[in-house]
Design a protein around this ligand. Structure first.
Ligand code: GDP
Length: 131
């Protein structure tokens, strides 16, 4: 996902360029605004964390880009491309280092396991929306 901060700061194109230059194939993509219900369900795994309410507010503050990406070892490769959760700790040249402002408004989301990539892909896309 490209998160609302990166969308409103005009970074959609640059982030997609980095993703494509990183060798990822785009299998599905959509530009949508999440409802509180949808964002809350997407981040349900974080429901017990103190920042959950703020995270849902942030994720619904503007449109996002959701996408399914394909590459060998895609989860690991994408986590490397985006950098650490906190942009202050993200390696130079990573997407979060270049485009994120804070640990919450950190520009992008990437699945953290193959199982979650499948769950999250199915959360946003039906089979007929995929190339
Ligand atoms: P990720 O897998 O790198 O996205 O990180 P996590 O799964 O730990 O957290 C999910 C998302 O919650 C992050 O991408 C941030 O947008 C947000 N987040 C994580 N830690 C914090 C925090 O300490 N405070 C706030 N406000 N948001 C956080």
């Amino acid at each position: 996902m490209i998160k609302p901060d990166a969308v409103s700061n005009g970074h959609i194109g640059a982030i997609l360029n980095d993703i494509i230059a990183g060798g990822f194939k785009i299998i599905a993509m959509k530009y949508i605004r999440l409802s509180k219900e949808t964002a809350g369900a997407f981040y349900a795994v974080h429901a017990a964390r103190p920042f959950y309410g703020e995270l849902v507010d942030f994720m619904t503050s503007g449109p996002i880009v959701a996408a399914i990406l394909e590459k060998d070892s895609a989860v690991e490769a994408f986590r490397k491309l985006i950098g650490a959760t906190d942009p202050a700790k993200a390696e130079a040249g990573t997407i979060r280092n270049k485009y994120a402002k804070s640990i919450e408004a950190n520009a992008v989301h990437g699945s953290d396991s193959d199982d979650n990539a499948e769950i999250e892909g199915n959360f946003f896309f039906s089979q007929v929306e995929r190339f």
